[in-house]
Design a protein around this ligand. Structure first.
Ligand SMILES: [Zn+2]
Ligand SMILES: [Zn+2]
Length: 365
């Protein structure tokens, strides 16, 4: 048991950095000294939602160093540099055993808890909920081994944090959910962390035309730097018309925001035979689809977290980064301290950042 610093949310939109108690890792769990955590729309949604159970410590895109391991942990040891993956999975249900841990059937019951249904966080005896079995807006976290992914020591913590959820989702949408070939055309709707990941992956597979669509001029400039061949400001022009004029319709459209409008635009921008990967949605309202589009042989595919296999894909992306083939540095546009979380959320909500991270100082050991 130890005292840690954590951003505790006690009601919608209200939080404070508090000293709380973190229990030792149970069997199959890992204690991680958190050094950086990505700030994601999923955190912001939970932060502001009336449906969240409070108190809770958010944060689900962590990176850090293994401090201690619980019984039976075999794949990491103290001192290992690790990325903390967003989605808990049991490893034992039918979907986990069929290689689809992102659809784990046991996860729903773990809301606010670790996989065994209990909590490790508390203050003065009052239990505090976990978020995605991670809660990494905190100086330390206890995380299930299956979500703790070793990466080379050369990967900076802030870069590792980018690989814990959002950017990896966009990378996976291109490399796991679809099969974009060299020379094919791609449009990406919404260029936050997920969309930036899609642009990076499209560039990595040598897509021919990569059209980035966003509302923020600075973001579009960055997309051009990391691989977009064309950028469209959807606040100034109709992206569907623009994509039609540029490409005659794209082979692949990646929807990375989750609004009915962007879902409709992604589908409408496809060439005959094209595929739209709906990647940004969470609790999106219904969208109207022009069913006549289906006579053009289009496909619309859904996914969660880009169908990422964390232990396969995250080390792969880390190697690509170290080889200079994945410009994650350009995607990280702001850094915050833990007590600046309100500023980080405000910038995220305003669409001013592609990806930001909360950083923690290395503590004296
Ligand atoms: Zn996330
Ligand atoms: Zn499972």
């Amino acid at each position: 048991m130890r005292e840690i610093e954590a951003a505790v949310v006690r009601s919608p939109g209200e939080h404070a950095v508090e000293t709380v108690t973190l229990e030792d890792p149970e069997p199959g769990e890992v204690l991680v000294d958190v050094r950086a955590t990505g700030v994601c729309h999923t955190d912001y949604h939970a932060y502001t939602s009336e449906d969240t159970d409070f108190p809770i410590v958010l944060g689900h895109e962590g990176a850090g160093v293994v401090e201690a391991v619980g019984d039976g942990v075999a794949t990491v040891e103290p001192g290992d540099r690790v990325v903390l993956w967003v989605l808990p999975s049991c490893g034992d249900c039918e979907r986990c055993r069929s290689g689809r841990p992102y659809l784990c059937q046991a996860r729903r019951e773990t809301r606010g808890r670790m996989m065994d249904g209990t909590r490790r966080l508390s203050r003065g005896g009052e239990p505090i909920d976990h978020f995605y079995a991670q809660s990494s807006f905190a100086s330390m976290a206890v995380v299930p081994e299956r979500q703790v992914v070793p990466v080379p020591d050369e990967v900076p913590f802030e870069t590792g944090a980018l690989l814990g959820c959002g950017v990896t989702t966009g990378l996976g949408a291109v490399s796991n959910v679809t099969e974009v070939d060299g020379g094919e055309s791609v449009a990406v709707f919404g260029c936050g962390g997920v969309g930036a990941g899609a642009v990076l992956a499209a560039k990595a597979v040598s897509a021919g035309t990569i059209v980035a669509v966003d509302l923020d001029a600075d973001t579009l400039e960055t997309m051009a730097e990391i691989g977009a061949t064309h950028t469209v400001n959807a606040g100034e022009t109709d992206p569907v018309d623009e994509i039609e004029a540029l490409t005659g319709g794209v082979d692949y459209a990646f929807e990375c925001i989750g609004t009915p409008q962007t879902v409709q635009q992604a589908i409408a921008s496809l060439a005959p035979g094209g595929t739209a990967a709906i990647t940004g949605t969470s609790s999106t309202p219904p969208a109207e689809i022009d069913l006549g589009r289906f006579t053009k042989g289009i496909s619309v595919v859904g996914n969660i977290v880009g169908f990422t296999q964390p232990r396969v894909d995250i080390p792969r992306y880390a190697r690509m980064y170290l080889n200079g083939d994945l410009d994650l540095d350009a995607v990280l546009t702001r850094r915050y301290d833990l007590d600046e979380l309100d500023e980080a959320f405000a910038a995220l909500d305003a669409g001013e950042v592609i990806r930001s991270v909360v950083e923690f100082d290395e503590r004296a050991r």
